[in-house]
Design a protein around this ligand. Sequence first.
Ligand SMILES: Cc1cc2nc3c(=O)[nH]c(=O)nc-3n(C[C@H](O)[C@H](O)[C@H](O)COP(=O)(O)OP(=O)(O)OC[C@H]3O[C@@H](n4cnc5c(N)ncnc54)[C@H](O)[C@@H]3O)c2cc1C
Length: 454
Amino acid sequence: MSLFKKVRNTINLLKSVDMDQLAKINQKIDLADAMKTLGKLDDRQLAGLMKMLKTKRKKGQHDLPPIDGDFYNLDLKLTEKQREIQLKVRNFMENEIKPLVNEYWKKDQFPFEVIEKFRDLNIVGVPYEGYGCPNLPFLMEGIIAQEIARVDVSISTFFGVHSGLAMGSIYLCGSEEQKQEWLPQMQKMEKIGAFGLTEPNVGSGVAGGLETTCKFDGENWILNGQKKWIGNATFSDVTIIWARDLDSNQVKGFLVRKENPGFKTEKIKDKMALRIVQNAIITLTDCKIPESDRLQNANSFKDTANVLRMTRAGVAWQAVGCARGAYESALKYTKKREQFGRPIASFQLIQNHLVEMLSNLTSMQTLCFRLSEMQDQELLTDEHASLAKVYCSMRMRDVVSRAREVLGGNGILLEYDVARFVADAEAIYSYEGTKEINSLIVGRAITGYSAFVS
Ligand SMILES: Cc1cc2nc3c(=O)[nH]c(=O)nc-3n(C[C@H](O)[C@H](O)[C@H](O)COP(=O)(O)OP(=O)(O)OC[C@H]3O[C@@H](n4cnc5c(N)ncnc54)[C@H](O)[C@@H]3O)c2cc1C
């Protein structure tokens, strides 16, 4: 290290430390030596040093925690401001969420206290313009999804359903009045949203086969049917319900308010994944909705698909976060855990697992980064988003299972976190389009043949 760099690093460190930290730093850097060196500088050298200290750091150079799972330094492609947001979310997740999740996962409950804390982060509705939303690039939505899922996939699902699917439906399909009513409150998390598309009998086939119906009776829309798997719906203030119009046979979207007497929810219990997410079966019985609560710009399933296209990239990023959390936990564990008198990280076969994990993770990250760039450049198509969902959810499964493997028996214990990633990965694998359905979307695009039904 050059003389200047040594001194600069020392001064930078000294600027931000208290006495306890100083003692720790002194163990790593010989402070007395650095100061002696400083005293020997002549005027010209000192002037040069001062200039260097005043020079703005190069993009990406930060005195911030190391990122083990960003091997190709994608963070260097973010602006300082974007990087600040990324780290703000990371610190929040590490300090406020991580200590809670295993307990709530075990109890199959949602930690409502986090809603208040999330509010202060101001990251809800990241890409939307207006209505108090941050209006940042889609890339940041992806980066944030990764950061949240890196610590807990349930919390990232809660967040994705609220900020992506529910707010996204209103943002893309709502009238100006509907947006004004809901989006500012949802941005502040004063109101929470859910998104009801899947049904007990209709999952992959929602595009053509919704059984939930709506009919205008001259005064109100009347909704009947059931929805299954609807995240946040047990407590959401508003749930977007997609239903087939009995008259036009087209799919329409509705803002269904919690207090509506025709709207009942029942929590789905005993899940082996995403246990913190409160998924519900919704029953709609002659549920009356005024025309003012019909999403005014949702006229067919194409509009529903626009919402899904927008959010599917976020799900691919969630898979990255899940894989990253598992990889980073596994890497840390293998450096600490000793067998045969040596850390298991020093064994060739363990390193092979770690490298396989890291290559998967790195390819997922770089693919998603480009996907988000395309989204920001308005080049994103259904098949682009589907390919990312297919690829990332497959690679994620591989990463989490290797992470579980290198932890040995501890890989199935909640306290080591990896077990939770293994279980939660199974939900990401299925929701927002299964592997088969997303493959069929890509297959149709590249061959020109639709193979959904043979
Ligand atoms: C934890 C969790 C949270 C969820 N949250 C929500 C939510 O908030 N809102 C919401 O609306 N939905 C939600 N879902 C639903 C989710 O989107 C569906 O589970 C998913 O779309 C698959 O539908 P399905 O489970 O009914 O499976 P099915 O459609 O019954 O599929 C079963 C199997 O058949 C395969 N298959 C189906 N059709 C074909 C075909 N043509 N060719 C080849 N294979 C095929 C599928 O790929 C799958 O492997 C959630 C699901 C889970 C598990």
